[in-house]
Design a protein around this ligand. Structure first.
Ligand SMILES: [Cu+2]
Length: 173
């Protein structure tokens, strides 16, 4: 019968096309999966952090920062000594102290503000969110009933004076 002879090359080229299409899709998928991971490894900003080993909200802040391209070296030694050594007034203190790009980061500072600080490079000791306001990164979400208290990110000068770097969740006036 001539029919199979006529159909088979057509079927062959059709499946070849499908295979090529599938391979192209697979390599595009592989590239899409691999690329961000490589970029993340190469460009992640190193951060050193001092915290209590049992601090859960510290860990949640680290998770927030890592999701925004920071990479951590963790010291589970508490942060009172390092905070004093680096010259941050205790009244501005929180549960963790970090160092990134020569700046001190105290408490639950949003990653976007850390990025802004690193871009603006002001003359300063660093940023602080004193205490542990509910609604700040690592102190947020369903575990806190999605409450969003107002808080300020403070830019701390080397002499310990502060000004508001960014305000969050302020009640509308
Ligand atoms: Cu905390």
């Amino acid at each position: 019968m001539p029919t199979p002879l006529f159909l088979s090359p057509l079927r062959a080229s059709h499946s070849g096309l499908q295979r090529r299409h599938l391979l192209a899709s697979l390599s595009a998928l592989a590239a899409a999966l691999a690329a961000p991971r490589l970029v993340r490894a190469a460009q992640a900003t190193p951060v050193e952090i001092w915290k209590d080993p049992s601090c859960g909200c510290c860990h949640d802040w680290i998770t927030h920062m890592e999701a925004n391209g920071f990479h951590f070296t963790i010291h589970d030694t508490g942060n009172n000594a390092v905070r004093a050594r680096l010259g941050l007034p205790q009244k501005l203190g929180s549960c963790h102290t970090a160092l990134v790009g020569g700046y001190l980061i105290e408490g639950h500072v949003p990653a976007s503000d850390v990025r802004a600080l690193l871009q603006q490079k002001p003359k300063a000791l660093g940023l602080a969110v004193p205490g542990m306001p509910v609604g700040s990164p690592g102190m947020d979400g369903p575990a806190y009933g999605n409450r969003r208290d107002p808080y300020d990110v403070l830019l701390v000068a080397r002499n310990g004076s502060t000004r508001v770097f960014k305000s969050y969740h302020q009640a509308p006036r």
